[in-house]
Design a protein around this ligand. Structure first.
Ligand code: SAM
Ligand code: SF4
Length: 328
């Protein structure tokens, strides 16, 4: 029987964080320094991740996204992709990466069976990219994007951008050109209160509607039908290829048909990005729990999946873990 929560939502999508470490320090995600890393012995091994993904797939999960931290800094990462790609029932295996190591790993990832890749790029201007990510690495990331886009079997290629204060019309139009020239889907993700600096303020959120208005000053858009459980509202350009998407968790929450759960790098199950409570799977796994016992723990946790996030409600408390340690 599929995994179901108390609000009648069925779970089909799992995000697996493979590390909390990262080679970038994006301002909306990590502090410049002073992160407390998860100790290595607490990080799930590839065998442990595979065992859990197999279990989730038997419980109805068909879509798995690998994330972090930066997944490509995990040693031998393509070997994990290969293990997960072989699991029956997982028909969409994808990756979210900052792209820094992608040129080196693209061929191995494709050979291992990755289906789709999203590359996070917050600005196409070198200085602004540096300012946001605290790394002067735009050229290298673009080379990574080119490397993965060279494989037609990895499709569609998506680019994720968090519109931070200061994003202007020029920046937005550069993203439109990228989408149009290359046939990519560029998606703007609203800044959420999950940053390591704890500096998030509602006023800093550039909403999807505001960014879309900038796009539409120049490029008319046509909305695509919304797919079930989709987080993004996707638009085609009225006059050409490429797409622009808007993921608006702050201004237009999409919790009502959320079908997603998350596994952190240290083996905790989270039923919402904003969960204040997590369920440990590593301890029972390492203590020798059989699948029936793990299934019972998972079902109980999923049943209590949060109805919605409460970012806009008085008394909102962000989770103790920030984005890089949860797995975005
Ligand atoms: N390191 C990889 C990357 O950057 O693509 C994967 C992990 S990262 C946490 C996953 C996604 O979360 C990225 O697209 C990133 O831009 C986004 N993200 C991180 N912090 C965020 C925040 N506070 N609000 C909205 N999106 C955020
Ligand atoms: Fe690293 Fe991704 Fe967070 Fe940037 S968003 S600091 S690349 S985990």
């Amino acid at each position: 029987m599929a995994l179901e929560d108390a609000h009648g939502r069925l779970i089909g999508d799992l995000r697996v964080s493979v590390t909390d470490r990262c080679n970038f320090r994006c301002r909306y995600c990590m502090p410049a320094e002073g992160m407390d890393w998860i100790p290595r012995d607490e990080i799930l091994s590839f065998e442990e991740i595979e065992r859990l993904v197999r279990l989730f797939s038997r419980l109805g999960v068909s879509s798995v996204r690998l994330t972090g931290g930066e997944p490509l800094v995990r040693r031998e990462f393509p070997a994990l992709v290969e293990r997960l790609a072989a699991i029956e029932g997982i028909d969409d295996l994808s990756l979210t990466t900052n792209g820094y190591l992608l040129a080196d790993q693209a061929a191995d990832l494709v050979a291992a069976g990755i289906d789709r890749v999203n590359v996070s790029i917050d600005s196409l201007a070198r200085a602004r990219f540096f300012e946001i990510t605290r790394r002067d690495a735009l050229d290298r990331v673009m080379a990574g994007l080119d490397a993965i886009a060279a494989f037609p079997e990895v499709s569609p290629v998506k680019v994720n951008a968090v519109p931070m204060p200061g994003l202007g019309r020029e920046d937005v139009l550069r993203f439109c050109d990228l989408a149009r020239d290359r046939g990519f889907q560029v998606r703007f993700i609203e800044f959420m209160p999950l940053d390591g600096d704890r500096a998030w303020q509602r006023e800093d959120v550039l909403t999807g509607a505001a960014v879309r208005a900038l796009v539409e000053e120049v490029h008319p858009l046509v909305e695509r039908p919304r797919e079930p459980h989709a987080t993004a509202r996707v638009y085609a350009f009225a006059d050409g290829r490429g797409e622009i998407g808007f993921i608006n968790p702050v201004s237009e929450p999409f919790c009502a048909d959320c079908d997603r759960i998350r596994l952190t790098a240290d083996g905790k199950l989270r039923t919402c990005l904003f969960s204040l409570h997590e369920t440990d799977l590593r301890e029972p796994l390492r203590a020798g729990a059989d699948d029936a016992e793990l299934e019972r723990i998972v079902r109980e946790a999923v049943w209590r999946k949060e109805l919605k996030h409460r970012i806009d409600e008085p008394g909102f408390r962000p989770p103790a873990r920030t984005m890089s340690a949860i797995g975005g």
